[in-house]
Design a protein. Structure first.
Length: 359
């Protein structure tokens, strides 16, 4: 057996996770095991298995053309620092309890250093229509080579300053820029802090006015684009009060920042009106209004019937006009018929005269 890829030594912060990768080749395909030796001088190597350390250790292995194995450890603590060893062997007696393997396990090692996570204090201040986000990292901390401010996957700002304090300014109100922002300290390892701009739900309707046909299912939708997510959604109807799933005709589906109200078998008299969606989180409540209009099933036929009626009226008018119009006068063809006869007779006479002269 031989290694194709070996695990790499890494630095991590407490509460982070680490992943080590190992790949071996041989014939027959070798088995891969993971072993660990802590920093305590009296500690010896111990084998790691999937689910060890209170289920923080996960091991995934595949044996196809060659062997691959990945070990990941979540929620790191200082006790996870030490030497991790990837062992591979394809000796048939490698796991025999009494026989020694003819071919020993080959080994590849990597050190994992887990250092205490520095504390980062965060703050959001609002003044003169601007929001200022700030992070300040306590000592001791690794050497800092720069900062980044990130929102979602977008880098908002970055620098190469080495200070423990960093800030970012936004033009606008809290309600317009709520969300999760990260201040990133470029160091080894990289250190991240989180700044939240939290507001009450800014609920909006997907459409302010909805239309549905009588007997069909009506669908009304509201969403909350702000942070944090809504914890409780509710629907009301003007003049009716709270709507609940238990009523039979109303089906409410809500998940995080979206809610949907379905109304079965729409009725013109009963379901037409204003509906209110209300969202609540730990910072307050917000609502939006959706107007529902229910049309008769025949409503779609009215434009077609109107066109048919117009065509029928037009055809009737044309028919009556044609019936009442005077017939055209027939022209007199007596004079017109004699001229050709006369012309033919004259031509015949001229022809006879030319024949006699020739003779």
């Amino acid at each position: 057996a031989g290694f194709i890829k070996s695990p790499l030594s890494q630095k991590r912060l407490t509460q982070d996770s680490v992943e080590l990768y190992c790949e071996a080749i041989g014939n027959p395909i070798p088995e891969i095991q993971w072993w660990f030796e802590g920093n305590d001088p009296n500690e010896t190597y111990a084998q790691l298995w999937d689910g060890a350390r209170q289920d923080r250790v996960k091991i995934n292995a595949t044996y196809n053309l060659h062997s691959t194995s990945t070990i990941s450890i979540a929620n790191l603590t200082g006790d996870d620092s030490g030497m991790y060893e990837c062992r591979a062997s394809n000796d048939p007696d490698r796991n025999h309890l009494s026989k020694s393997p003819k071919v020993k396990w080959i080994r590849s090692q990597a050190n994992v250093f887990v250092i205490e996570r520095p504390e980062i204090s965060t703050k959001v201040t609002e003044s003169s229509g601007k929001l200022t986000l700030s992070c300040n990292m306590s000592a001791p901390h690794p050497a800092i080579t720069g900062h980044k401010w990130i929102h979602g996957e977008k880098i908002l700002e970055q620098d190469e300053n080495s200070g423990a304090f960093t800030s970012y300014t936004i033009d606008g109100k809290r309600e317009e820029h709520s969300g999760v922002y990260e201040c990133v300290y470029e160091a080894n390892p990289q250190i991240r802090g989180q700044v939240n701009i939290s507001v009450a739900p800014q609920v909006t309707a997907y459409k302010k006015s909805e239309h549905g046909n009588e007997g069909d299912t009506g669908v009304l939708t509201c969403k909350n684009p702000s942070f944090p997510a809504v914890t409780t959604w509710s629907w009301y109807k003007s003049g009716h009060g709270l709507l609940e799933n238990a009523s039979g005709r109303y089906i409410i589906k809500s998940s995080g920042n979206k809610t949907e109200l379905r109304i079965l078998k729409l009725d013109i008299e009963q379901d037409t009106g204003d509906y209110f969606c209300n969202g609540t989180n730990s910072y307050g409540t917000g609502d939006a209004t959706v107007n529902l209009r229910v049309r008769s099933r025949l409503a779609a036929l009215w434009p077609f019937l109107g066109i048919v009626a117009e065509v029928l009226v037009l055809v009737t008018i044309i028919f009556i006009y044609e019936k009442r119009r005077k017939p055209d006068e027939v022209p007199d063809d007596d004079d017109g018929g004699s001229a050709p006869l006369k012309s033919n007779a004259t031509n015949h006479k001229d022809k006879n005269v030319r024949q006699r002269n020739a003779n």
